[in-house]
Design a protein around this ligand. Structure first.
Ligand code: NAP
Length: 234
């Protein structure tokens, strides 16, 4: 197992849900955490804040200006609207594309220069909606398919240049976080029913899988962890 003690991690979306739980577990392992958010006050007090709106390429680039060496990047930031292809609002599609796909990809690219020679690990949060399109997948599911494809492309490219940096994704089903309130906006009853019928994953469950990837022995490269509540059917 690789020790995380004293290592540096950049976590996007560190203010809430899966990113916040990941930041807390990294801190508990003695790591230093730099957290990207639009709301620095929402971060755990021991996380070093980096304020950025991930819809802006300039602000994404600025994240890396004063960043030193990092041993890992965890791309947790994401946004979800139930926005159908037939009649969804293109502004929602654009925001999801910018945050879930473009920002994640730019953070991957910009982070590469910050890894030490011995490498490190990148973990991208995809979704079960990046593996099969649920009926309500709309434009969100395509962004999560893209996360998986970007992760695989980056892995191949890194191997082609003999880079020791590893890249993986985590693909959870329903996780009980504020993101669901956004996704179910206007369908609050459906969210209540889902919560009643399912003991959803907790952000900590996903964070645990992320730490499994980060601490796996150096010769072990995890590609993706698919996980869902034992109550979730597909
Ligand atoms: N919850 C689920 O059921 C579920 C299932 C599968 C996958 N996922 C994925 O898991 C990841 C984390 O989601 P979560 O459920 O933990 O959601 P969450 O609790 O709503 O957290 C979302 C995070 O993304 C950040 N973010 C969103 N838009 C941003 C922007 N424009 N600029 C900077 N930061 C931004 C938020 O930071 P600020 O608002 O502080 O800026 C927040 O920290 C997402 O990629 C999501 O797609 C979630």
């Amino acid at each position: 197992m690789i020790s995380l003690k004293g290592k540096n991690f950049l976590v996007t979306g560190a203010s809430s849900g899966i990113g916040a739980a990941t930041g807390a577990q990294l801190l508990a392992h003695g790591a230093n955490v730099f957290g990207v958010t639009r709301r620095p006050n929402a971060l755990h007090p021991d996380i070093s804040p980096i304020e950025a709106n991930l819809t802006s390429r300039e602000e994404i680039s600025a994240i890396f200006k004063n960043l030193g060496k990092i041993d890992g990047l965890i791309n947790c930031a994401g946004t979800a609207y139930l926005s159908r292809i037939v009649d969804g609002n293109p502004a929602d599609w654009e925001e999801m594309w910018r945050v879930n796909v473009l920002a994640l990809t730019l953070c991957c690219q910009y982070s590469l220069k910050h890894f030490p020679q011995g490498g490190g690990r990148i973990v991208n949060v995809s979704s079960m909606s990046g593996h099969r399109v649920p009926p309500s997948g709309g434009f969100y599911a395509p962004t999560k398919f893209a996360v998986r494809a970007i992760t695989d492309s980056l892995r191949s490219e890194l191997k082609a240049i003999q880079s020791p940096i590893q890249v993986a994704c985590v693909s959870p089903g329903f996780v009980d976080t504020p993101l669901l309130e956004n996704y179910f906006r206007g369908r609050e009853e459906a969210l209540s029913k889902t919560r009643e019928n399912m003991n959803m994953l907790k952000p900590e469950d996903v964070a645990h899988s992320i730490l499994t990837i980060l601490t796996a022995p150096a010769h072990v490269e995890i590609g993706d962890i698919l996980m869902r509540s034992s109550d979730q059917i597909a």
